[in-house]
Structure formats: C-alpha cells, structure tokens
Design a protein around this ligand. Sequence first.
Ligand code: SAM
Length: 375
Amino acid sequence: MPVADNLTIDDIKDFQPQKVNKKKTVYVRHQGMTKNNSPTIKTKGLRIKELFKLNSDEFKKKEESRVGGRIKKISFINELLIEFSKKNKKIPSKFHYDLKGSKYFEKITTTKEYYVTRTEKEILKKIAHQINLIFHNNLTFIEFGSGSAEKISILLNDQVKFYVPLDISFDFINKSSKQLFKSFPKLKILPTYCDYTKFIRLPKNISKTKVGFFLGSSIGNFYNKKEKEFLKNAKKTLGNNSFLFVGVDLIKETKILEKAYNDPGGFAARFNLNLINRINNELKTKLKIRDFKYISHFNKKINAVEGFLLSMKNQELFINKKKIFIKKGEKIQTEISNKFTLTSFKKLASSSGWKVKKYWFDKKKFYTIFLLYAK
Ligand SMILES: C[S@@+](CC[C@H](N)C(=O)[O-])C[C@H]1O[C@@H](n2cnc3c(N)ncnc32)[C@H](O)[C@@H]1O
C-alpha cells in the first residue's frame, strides 16, 4: 500500500492504519512536533521494509535530514532559548534522548543502583498473570515514551492486537519496533514519533479497548507540576473508558534515591552532560564538557531528586543570536524526578480525571504501578 510522499502534518492527522499490510505493519508517523502543529512542514511515512534496511544511525540521519531533525531542532532551540532566558536555567527531560542520550539511559537502567527498571519489571510480571482477568476484549496498547519497549513485551499476549509506541527518540522507535516485530510478528505496530506532552491523535481503526502505559517513573520527570497537564492530555488522547498503567516511584531513603540518580559508574553524569554535546551539535557552539560538573541531591522539601550541570567558569553562548551568560557556580537544572506517596498520586490521578482501579507493589514497596480508568 502506498504511503504518499510529502504528507503535511495535517495529512498525517488523517493517517489510516487499516490500510496497513499484514506483513509490513510498521509505519513511522510524525505528529505534534511543531509549535501550533504548523502544517507547512513536510514529512512522510516510512515503511517497515525501509526501517529494516537501515541501521539506527542511518535511520536517524535519513529521517532527520528529511524532516525530523529540522522539526526537533526548531523545538529544542526555541525551548532552550526560553528556558535559558529565565533566572533559573532548566533543560526539560525530553531533550536528553538523542542517540547518545538514549544509549546512556539504557546503561543507567542496568546499574545496580538504578532500582527503577528492575523493580518495575518485577511488578509487570505479576500483572502479566492477571491481564486476561482484567481485560476481556481485543486490546490496543499505547505506550507513552516507549523507549526500548522491553517492558511492554512482558505484558503482550494474543489479546493485544495493536501496539502504538509513542516516543521522541528516533533511535528507540527504530530499534524497539524492529525487535518487537521479530518477536511478535502478528502484532500490528504503529510507532509514532511525537512529543507526548501534547494531545496525540491516535489511529482510528485500532481495537476499541485502549490501554495506555506510562512507565519508567516518567510521571516524575515534569517541572512545575506539569504532570497533571500530561495526565489530562493522556485522557484526551486515549478517550473515555480507556485505561492507563502508570509507574510511580515512591519516596524512600535519601541514600538510595541519591545513588540511583548519580551512580558511581558515572552513567547518570554522562547522560546529563551529554546535553552539552547536544547544544554544541545543534547550536554550533563550542562549550566544553569539562567546564561543567554534574551534581544532584534529593530535595526533601519537594520530594524530588534534582540534578544540575554546575558551571565551573564564566561562559557565554548565542541562541538565535541572543547572547546568554552562564556564570561560574551557576546551576542549570537538567534532571527532576518527583517522588510520590500513594496518597499524593491518588490525588493527582483523580484531579486529572482518572479513577484509580488498582495498584501493585514490588516486594520492598519501593515502587508501585497504578491502573487508572478514564471516567
Ligand atoms: C525514562 S525513559 C523510559 C523508557 C521506558 N518507558 C522505560 O520504562 O524504560 C523515557 C522515554 O520517553 C521518551 N520521551 C521523553 N520525553 C518525551 C516526550 N516529551 N515525548 C515523547 N517521548 C518522550 C524518551 O525518548 C525515552 O524513550
């Protein structure tokens, strides 16, 4: 089936997944990457056939040179300018995930100190035994920030007919779609390159019962209480009578939290310092990694792990011709990981229009996965 070249963002909103050929079920669609969803930016779908031919670097290059790079760059530079013009400079977590950043994140998940991935998988295995008891219809799984898609494969069974991974990282979408396609050839995979903080128009002809996933403690990665906005948008995206599993990290001993987000092997530091590489690549600046140091702590006042790039000297850069100063000793916030109690998350969920159906813990009660229902 043809996927027309040079579709506009508006065309893509009407992309019809029912045309998907049985054997070649994966299409990469692009949505919501521009401010105001500008319809002037040209893009096009990519077939799984093409996807299989490319390695991750080629795929990224091809897509970025064609459309994504331009779109991403516009968004990164604009948001960076806004954030760097404020008194307390911050970089939102979504900008961590370029090729290198995604690789560093994968490394973090394998460290002894980062209990999040291990613990969440332990709970998902429990849920996998109950999934056929919870849901009785054909299902569509929709994963916000799907990453390696490793966790979702724990839950996939014959009841799941469609999987829609949503991610801002080409690399993760590319790699994980290929992997999953090999292990689950009957599953219709519809990866979408998008910014999940915005409303996302889902394919129309997917199984009616929609089950969303927001794992990896990503609900904690919003600045300024924006998690409520995310949950409200997710409800709009998934629709009434849908479900959403959310992985929620609980407040625990400071020592455990601080080690998880600043491991002795230095992967968390590299993951955060990689933002300097990203700035240099996209702005053609010459900032040096050695002129920054990654520091982090658990802020008990707000129950969040905060991470910063500490500037070791006075430095400056230009963003869209605007001169930005970074003073010696100034801290640029690059990490936020809000932690919850059962009560604080339940309150957040209900104030965002979701009803708590059930929740599960790991053995140590470090972490919980909530199942929410859209009222
Ligand atoms: C913390 S990782 C979690 C990955 C995976 N879900 C897990 O549990 O291991 C966050 C993932 O969300 C993606 N991501 C972060 N911000 C995003 C955004 N605003 N829109 C879409 N994807 C985003 C990243 O590329 C990355 O794959």
